[in-house]
Design a protein around this ligand. Structure first.
Ligand code: BG6
Ligand code: MG
Length: 240
């Protein structure tokens, strides 16, 4: 898939400048930053089941379509969106308890995951990049990141791991990706971000990093590159 549909409607000279700009970004690539949920493994379903259980207990409306808005968004912000959608007002204590309850359900579902839950093709990509000498990192909004990486048995691939504890402002703010680049000792323009969430691509763009979206155009069509699924990713296209 070629970079951006934004080229449509630009004159030839602008297209050449645009491509030179993209190529410049690509030539200097030194690090690959991966989101976790939806890029490395599909834990979105477990997050959905956790929220669904909480919503049912609290007599709140919740469905898969609404759950899609939670991709890349922190636990507390997801809860606030759910409460707002249901016109529900709660005390700070109730809010904290509900978030903890959802997390305990999510953790219960996580017990069943193993290396088999890696998304098809992702381990080959990690091996390939590692062999080519690139630095690799995880940057996820999840506070369960380290537990999930250990369950999947892939922590060794990564030079550094940033998670929901690493920065105050999570996605769509660029902070998590900028923090990760700093830990890798790289400049933002030397990094490429793999993301399945709209909030994640927004964050990568704000961080001035090359972005690769995994998922439908409606969600990640604003990325520099987009693929329907991880197994479709063409590394040569991104690197060269
Ligand atoms: C992101 C998920 O990776 O982590 C979101 O895409 C989730 O759906 C967020 O809400 C926070 O996760 P956790 O594990 O800290 O509740
Ligand atoms: Mg994600």
């Amino acid at each position: 898939m070629k970079p951006k549909n934004a080229l449509k409607g630009l004159d030839c000279r602008k297209i050449i400048y645009y491509r030179q700009g993209v190529n410049k970004k690509m030539k200097s690539l030194k690090g690959f930053i991966f989101d976790l949920d939806g890029v490395i493994t599909d834990t979105a379903e477990y997050h959905y089941l956790g929220w669904k259980r909480l919503a049912k207990e609290e007599q709140m409306e919740f469905d898969r379509k609404f759950n899609d808005k939670f991709r890349g968004v922190s636990r507390m912000r997801c809860l606030d969106m759910l409460l707002k959608e249901n016109n529900r007002e709660v005390t700070p204590q109730e809010r904290k308890e509900m978030a903890e309850r959802k997390n305990s359900y999510y953790r219960e579902y996580l017990k069943t995951i193993s290396k088999d839950n890696l998304l098809s093709g992702i381990e080959e990509i990690l091996k390939d990049l590692k062999q080519r000498g690139y630095k690799l990192a995880i940057a996820s909004a999840s506070k369960n990141t380290k537990i999930v990486l250990d369950k999947l048995d892939i922590r060794n691939y990564f030079d550094t791991v940033s998670d929901g504890y690493s920065v105050k402002n999570t996605k769509p703010a660029p902070d998590l990706f900028l923090h990760t680049a700093e830990k890798l000792n790289l400049k933002p323009k030397e990094c490429v971000v793999f993301e399945d969430a709209k909030a994640g691509i927004d964050a990568a763009i704000k961080a001035n990093m090359l972005s690769v979206g995994i998922g439908p155009t409606e969600r990640v069509g604003h990325a520099d590159f987009r693929y329907d699924q991880v197994s479709d990713i063409d590394l040569e296209e991104i690197i060269n």
